[in-house]
Every structure is written in C-alpha cells, then in structure tokens.
Design a protein around this ligand. Structure first.
Ligand code: PRP
Length: 190
C-alpha cells in the first residue's frame, strides 16, 4: 500500500483534497509518451506548449518520448478579467520556428472552456501544418464552451477549481507535485 503524498508545509493549511497523486500523474504521462512515440513514429513532431502551465507536463512527457521531437512555446493573455472567458486573447509570445508542413501536437495542462485552445488552434491552422492535434493532461468537459477535438486526454475532472502540477491560483501552488482542490476560504479570501 502506498502512503499518501506529502504536502509541502507552505500549502498544508490550504489544500482541501488531493484528487490525483504524483504517481498517478507520472504513470499517465509515461503511457502518453509511449503512445506519442508510436503514433508519430517517423514524423518528427513539434510539441507546442502554451505557457505557463504546460511546462510541467511537457518536461515530464518529453522524457518518455523515444522518437525525435522538437519543442516550441506560445504565450497568450486575455485582455483583462472581464474578458477572461470571452475568447478575446492576444499573442504575447509566438512560436520560434515555422510549423508549415510539420506534424504539430499542442500539449496543455488543462482544458476548461476551450476558448484558449480555440484561439491557438485558429492561429496555428493558418500556418499550414501537415497535421494539428491536441493532448491535455486534464479535461473539464462540463465547462466546455467551444468543441475541441482531443487526441490524448489524461484525466477527466469535475467542475472544481484545482491547483498543482503547473496549475496556479493567483500565481501560487504550481509547484505542488499533485492535483488538488483548495479550501473554500482560500478561494473566497482572494
Ligand atoms: C490555463 C490552461 C489553459 C487555459 C484553459 O491557463 O493552461 O491554457 O487556462 O482554460 P480555457 O479552456 O478556459 O481557455 P491560464 O490562463 O490559467 O494561464 P497559465 O497557464 O499561465 O497559468
């Protein structure tokens, strides 16, 4: 029997429940890496991360990919709190290299409304990649406003706010090695 993951002291009073343990995350990512290595064999895909949350998934995922891959990042921002879920976003950092004729896999930590990804996919499609697919560690289908075809999904989540493994609340908790919910008073105090 495995012992429950330890919570770093800075977060002990704030965590309500651990939903996905570090071992569960790593097992899923290892299987995902094997699937990518199989599915994209001979295609030298480009993995695209959307900053910042996806860096944790990408760093672990890449270590399980056994075929040649390239890595690139894109950063976007909504125009402000009132447009958070309007789909109005702007490009803060573009890809470093052209993806024309490349097999592109966008890797996300979480897909919620789908608005972020919908914007990113529109931008990337215009650049004529050979193929364009999406993988996400976490998926919240009940929150979806835009339909996004997903090639790889790690875990389906209920409609609860979660932090850890790249996901933040007001910039904190990204460095937790598990996915967890916060106590309501932490969310309300913000
Ligand atoms: C998160 C996540 C996705 C987006 C998903 O990023 O990494 O990019 O939200 O939400 P959506 O499906 O409702 O558009 P966030 O905006 O929190 O930025 P971060 O990765 O820098 O934390």
């Amino acid at each position: 029997m495995t012992s429950p993951p330890s919570i770093p002291s800075f977060a002990q009073a704030d965590i309500a429940r651990i939903l996905i343990t570090p071992d569960e995350i790593q097992a899923k990512i290892a299987a995902w890496g094997e699937a990518i290595s199989r599915d994209y064999a001979g295609l030298s895909p480009v993995l695209v991360g959307i900053l910042k949350g996806s860096v944790f998934v990408l760093a672990d995922l890449l270590r399980h990919i056994t075929i040649p891959v390239r890595l690139d990042f894109i950063a976007i921002s909504s125009y402000g709190p009132q447009t958070r879920h309007s789909g109005v976003v702007r490009l803060l950092k573009d890809l470093d290299h052209s993806i024309e004729g490349c097999h592109v896999l966008v890797v996300e930590d979480i897909i919620d409304t789908g608005l972020t990804l919908s914007y990113v996919l529109r931008q990337l499609r215009q650049r004529r990649p050979a193929s364009l697919a999406v993988g996400t560690l976490l998926n919240k289908p009940v929150r979806r406003l835009v339909d996004i075809p997903l090639r790889y999904v790690g875990f389906e989540l209920p409609d609860e706010f979660v932090v850890g493994y790249g996901l933040d609340f007001r910039g904190r908790y990204r460095n937790l090695p598990f996915i967890a919910t916060l106590r309501p008073e932490i969310l309300l105090a913000a």
